[in-house]
Structure formats: structure tokens, C-alpha cells
Design a protein around this ligand. Structure first.
Ligand code: G6P
Length: 614
């Protein structure tokens, strides 16, 4: 949700904070702020300069450029409001009564109301409406000359979720980070250190990070970080090397990250297969190295995710059942966590999360683990919470995804789930060598086929511009086309704010069709599949209600000529390949509608890339 950054080193902190906040903006962008401990000037005591903006990071940067604080220690924040509107007062950093302790926070402090009442009764004053503000005041309450001890005492009182970066003007060489149920990394540079919500913020500076564990505190001094628990017990943390490069986190000539990331789909698809698939279709996952015997004992598969990742889960559900013959179900993780789940030792629990930090997905993972099931995280972020908490990980290797709406990583998720399904099918003896080889050929052809769709960007833009005048859209598909339709609708509504809903072709007649008229277009997924003819009948029903129809059809199929308003002709490929190609087309369609409508596609209103609160 919010993005946090801290710096301690030999360089000027402000430009580094500004740069990092821009990289973190996809996590939240309601308002922003920094606090920099200024170098003491002759005859003056140390002072902290605080700069905030009630708008995006760019406005903050303008303010900082006009009046640049100079200092080697600082913290910064970009906010996605939970408690209190995005105003100047509510923007972070927050401070204590004396203005000595400065804190930025991502997460939600669940018991803030009672803590605030207690502190107010003791005379503390709270100008903001945020939950965060209790943190500096609690630290102030416990401060007896040792900042770190006061931080630990304060954090022991807090329930909920936090990733924090903090300093006190009394300790000019100490930057403190802490986490509980929210991600935080410590970046290790050359005699300089960073604290950040995620790796993307700091990749230009270092590729060596130390990932804090739950309930751990990092005390960073010029000598380096020391990690300990809230009880002060020293923790030996693992250093992780990150292989993302800076160019991947920049727009590289594209007008938006989203467009750039869609154009990286071919690579994302190739990277998800790399090193995992032999010519005869044998699949191996390095970080999910379980024996055939163990996989053979899997009796059912539970796939958990949220948003776009839930749609990937639905695709996984179809292919695992189809290829491996094992019952599989995709679940909305936020609902699953409040049910009485019927998972057990024979269940394989697959959590699908690009960021690896989605709060609901993580809780659902923990619950499934408690019931003793084998778990694997399909994620893009190395050493993310999901990757660490699950028994194994299947990394997407897609490079950073900055656009808030997931695009390339959905394709990588889908490929990863195909490989998992193939592995399960193989251990269960459900797939012949011949069929495996056929599938391998189809999957290996995909990057080139994706490039074929990307090359049709102009054609898709034309279609999108033609349809951008409509205020409602229905997306319909069957079988694997159903999650594709749901995702197409999600992509359109989240970035263009145009109403769009997804339905299965069968469900259409049970309500949604009532909406259709000549002002309510339909996007119909009619590419080759076992249910294609049924979809064709559905399109006839839609067209009979005068709905304009864009139909995605397979090359050579003329069954919708003269029926659909616009045909988008797709290459003749396997159904599992169509999922990928159709998705890329619908991502580009949504992108171009949103651009035509003048929306901020990389940072759509009210959304955040990573939802780390419930
Ligand atoms: C947010 C993002 C979506 C994403 C979802 C799940 O809603 O805006 O793009 O699909 O979170 O994120 P995850 O990181 O768990 O895949």
C-alpha cells in the first residue's frame, strides 16, 4: 500500500529519497513526504527538515527542488490513505510532541484508538487523523535516552501491521526499521544503507538486500545493520542478491509502464519456462524441489489469489483438473480465510501473488499450512513473504512490474501453472509422452506468437478508440475463456473507470443479457476451444439484442462473419496458448481505451499495486 524509504550514508539523502519515492509510487500515491536530519550549521543545533505534499510525489519533488534539505540521514513516504483523508497534515512522516522522533509507516495499527486515548490522557497531542501518529508518541513515552530501546518498547504495544522507518534527531547516526505483517528490506550499499518497502525502490543503488523477518528490528548505523527481535535477541539475517536491473524499472521510451510491461510479455512468457522444461515435457522447479512420491500423494489442489492473480488461479484450476485429473479449486483468498476450509495433508496449496505480499493471500497461506498441506508460492518477488512462508516457490522472473494493473506477470503466472499442471499430470501418469511433447512445442512457440499480437498494437488501438465512447462493457467467455473474460473486464474497469463485467457464456442468459442493447458492447472470447460453438450461439443471442460485439476468433473460422460487429482474428493455436494471446490483446485494448479517455493508466485512482492490509 504505502511506500517507505530510509537512507543513512555519506551522500546527500534528499535526492536519494526523491528518486526512491518515485519508484515506490506505484504502492500508493495520495500524498507524500520526507524528513531529513540536517547537518548542523555553525552555532546551530541539529534540526530536522520536514517537507510534505498533499498530492503525488512529483509535487513533493518540486517543493524539495525549490528548497533542498541537506543531510545524510532521512526517511520518505508515499501514501495510500487508510486512516484519514490524503491531506497535508495526514501525510507522513509523523512526529512526537517535541518534534524529535520521525516515523514513516506502511500498514494498519489496529489498536491505535486505545493507544491514542491513553497517550492523550497523558498529555500527548495528535494533529493528524492517522493511526501512524501513535508510533512516534509511544516511542517518546518510552524514551529514556536509548532510541532503540524505546522503539522496541513501543512496538511491543502495537497490534496490526507495520513496516516502519524511523530516526530521532538525538541520534544522528541511527536509522531504525521494523516490520510485522508488512514487507521491509534493508539495502546494503558501499558504506551506505537503505530501508525500503521493496527492492524496486533501491535497485539503482544496490542489489544486495537483507530481508527482515516478522517482528524484527534493524538498527542501521554507519557500521551496518544489526537485526534483532523486539526482545533484543540478535538475529542472523540472510543476504539476498537481486538480479533485476535498473533499466527494467524505467519506462524505456514507452509513455507508460503498463504499455512497456505489456510489451515485455514475450520475455515474461519465455522467462517463466526457462530452465524448467525439457524437450520431452519433463518439468522441474529449482525452488520447489519435491519428490514425485510427495506430489503423487496430492489428492486435491487449492489455488489462492486476489485480483488478477485470482484469475490466474482460475486458469490453473481448469488445467490442473484437465491434465492431471486432480480436483482443483481457485479461491478468493479474502473469502477463504474466513471459511472453515476443508484442506488437509493431501492438499497442495498454491498461492498466486505477483508481489508475494498481499495480506489476504498470506493469511490464507498460513491457514492452509496450519492444516498441514504442502504449499508453494507462485510469485515474482524473491524472498517475499509468500516465498518465505510457503514450502517452496516458483519464481516468475518477470522483472519488476511497476504499472498498478498487473499485465506481464499474469502471463508468467499462467505459464507457471501450466508447468505445475504438467508436472502433476506426469507423476500421476495422466499424460502421454507424445502429448507432453506437443504441449512443449506449443508453449515454446508462445513468445514468438505473443510478439505477433504486440505487433498489432495499432490495430488494437483503432478498435479501442472506436469503442471508447461506450460507458458499459460485457466480457464473455467459456472454459478457459471465462477467466480471460473476467480479466479483460477487470483490466478495462480498473484503468479506464468504464463499467465492465465478465460473465461465462452460460451465465449470460441468467441475468446479464438483460443489460444489453445497442449502447452496451460485448467482448466475446470465441477462439478455438471445446466450447467455441456454444460461444458462437451466445454471440448470436447478444447480437440479436443489438449489442455491438467484438469477437476474438481463430484464423479460418468464419462462423461469426456478419454477426459480430468487429472480428479480431487470432492465430490457430492450442487453447492454452489462446489464453495468453487473448489476454495480451485485451490488455492492450484496455490500455488504449484508458489512454483515449485521458486516464492515468499507471496509477489508477483508489488502487494500489500491493494490498498489504485486509
Ligand atoms: C492489487 C493490484 C492487482 C493485483 C492484486 C493482487 O489489487 O492492483 O493488480 O492483481 O493486487 O496482487 P498480488 O501481488 O498478490 O498478485
Amino acid at each position: 500500500m504505502c511506500g517507505i524509504i530510509g537512507y543513512l550514508g555519506g551522500r546527500e539523502a534528499t535526492p536519494i529519497l526523491m528518486e526512491s519515492l518515485k519508484r515506490l509510487e506505484y504502492r500508493g500515491y495520495d500524498s507524500a513526504g520526507v524528513a531529513v536530519l540536517e547537518e548542523p550549521r555553525q552555532g546551530h543545533a541539529t534540526r530536522t527538515s520536514v517537507t510534505k505534499s498533499e498530492a503525488k510525489v512529483d509535487t513533493l519533488v518540486e517543493k524539495l527542488e525549490a528548497n533542498m534539505p541537506s543531510g545524510k540521514l532521512g526517511i520518505g513516504h508515499t501514501r495510500w490513505a487508510t486512516h484519514g483523508k490524503p491531506t497535508y497534515i495526514n501525510a507522513h512522516p509523523h512526529t512526537d510532541c517535541k518534534g524529535k522522533i520521525f516515523v514513516v509507516h506502511n500498514g494498519i495499527i489496529e489498536n491505535f484508538a486505545e493507544l491514542k486515548a491513553e497517550l492523550e490522557a497523558e498529555g500527548h497531542e495528535f494533529p493528524s487523523e492517522t493511526d501512524t501518529e501513535v508510533v512516534p508518541h509511544l516511542i517518546e513515552k518510552y524514551y529514556k535516552g536509548d532510541f532503540l530501546a524505546a522503539v522496541r518498547a513501543a512496538l511491543k504495544r502495537i497490534h496490526g501491521a507495520y513496516a516502519l522507518a524511523m530516526f530521532s534527531s538525538e541520534d544522528p547516526e541511527l536509522l531504525v526499521g521494523a516490520r510485522l505483517n508488512a514487507p521491509l528490506v534493508v539495502g546494503l550499499g558501499e558504506s551506505e544503507y537503505y530501508i525500503a518497502s521493496d527492492i524496486t525502490a533501491i535497485i539503482p543503488y544496490t542489489k544486495r538486500v537483507l530481508v527482515l523477518g516478522e517482528g524484527e528490528v534493524a538498527a542501521v548505523t554507519p557500521l551496518g545493520p544489526e537485526v534483532s527481535t523486539l526482545d533484543g535477541v540478535t538475529v542472523k539475517s540472510k543476504i539476498v542478491h537481486v538480479d533485476w536491473d535498473v533499466a527494467q524499472a524505467q519506462k524505456g521510451g514507452y509513455p507508460h509502464f503498463m504499455l512497456k510491461e505489456i510489451h515485455e510479455s514475450d520475455e515474461a512468457v519465455a522467462n517463466a519456462m526457462r530452465g524448467r522444461l525439457s524437450d520431452d515435457g519433463a518439468v522441474s522447479f529449482r525452488e520447489f524441489d519435491v519428490s514425485d512420491e510427495q506430489l503423487k500423494s496430492v489428492k486435491d489442489v487449492l489455488l489462492l489469489g486476489m485480483g488478477t492473480s485470482l484469475h490466474a488461479a482460475m486458469i490453473g484450476e481448469y488445467v490442473i483438473e484437465d491434465w492431471a485429473g486432480i480436483p482443483a479449486r481457485a479461491e478468493d483468498a479474502s473469502e477463504f480465510r474466513y471459511r472453515r476450509p476443508t484442506v488437509g495433508k493431501d492438499t497442495l496449496d498454491v498461492v498466486i501473488t505477483q508481489s508475494g505480499e498481499t495480506a489476504d493471500t498470506l493469511v490464507a497461506l498460513h491457514q492452509a499450512k496450519e492444516r498441514g498441506s504442502l504449499s508453494v508460492a507462485v510469485t515474482n518477488v524473491i524472498a517475499s513473504s509468500a516465498a518465505r512462508d510457503a514450502d517452496g516457490a516458483i519464481y516468475l522472473h518477470s522483472g519488476p512490474e511497476i504499472g498498478v494493473a498487473s499485465t506481464k506477470t499474469l502471463l508468467a503466472h499462467t505459464i507457471s501453472l501450466y508447468l505445475l499442471a504438467l508436472r502433476l499430470a506426469t507423476v500421476n501418469g495422466r499424460v502421454s509422452l507424445e502429448r507432453r511433447q506437443e504441449l512443449v512445442e506449443s508453449l515454446r512457440a508462445l513468445p514468438e506468437q505473443v510478439r505477433g499480437i504486440l505487433a498489432r498494437d495499432e490495430e488494437i488501438r483503432g478498435l479501442a478508440e472506436k469503442y471508447s465512447k461506450y460507458g458499459d462493457f460485457m466480457y464473455a467467455g467459456r472454459g478457459l475463456g471465462f477467466p480471460v473474460a473476467l480479466e479483460g473486464a477487470l483490466k478495462l474497469k480498473e484503468i479506464s473507470y468504464v463499467h465492465a463485467e465478465g460473465t461465462s457464456g452460460g451465465l449470460l442468459k441468467h441475468g446479464p443479457i438483460a443489460l444489453l442493447d445497442d449502447q452496451f458492447p460485448v467482448v466475446a472470447i470465441c477462439t478455438a476451444s471445446a466450447t467455441k460453438d456454444k460461444m458462437v450461439s451466445n454471440v448470436h443471442e447478444m447480437a440479436a439484442r443489438n449489442a455491438p460485439v467484438i469477437a476474438l476468433v481463430t484464423d479460418g473460422d468464419h462462423s461469426l462473419d456478419g454477426v459480430a460487429t468487429d472480428l479480431f482474428v487470432m492465430p490457430a493455436v492450442e487453447e492454452v496458448s489462446s489464453v495468453i494471446l487473448d489476454t495480451v490483446m485485451l490488455q492492450l485494448f484496455a490500455y488504449h481505451v484508458a489512454v483515449k479517455l485521458g486516464q492515468n493508466v499507471d496509477q489508477p485512482r483508489n488502487l494500489a499495486k500491493s494490498v498489504t492490509v485486509e
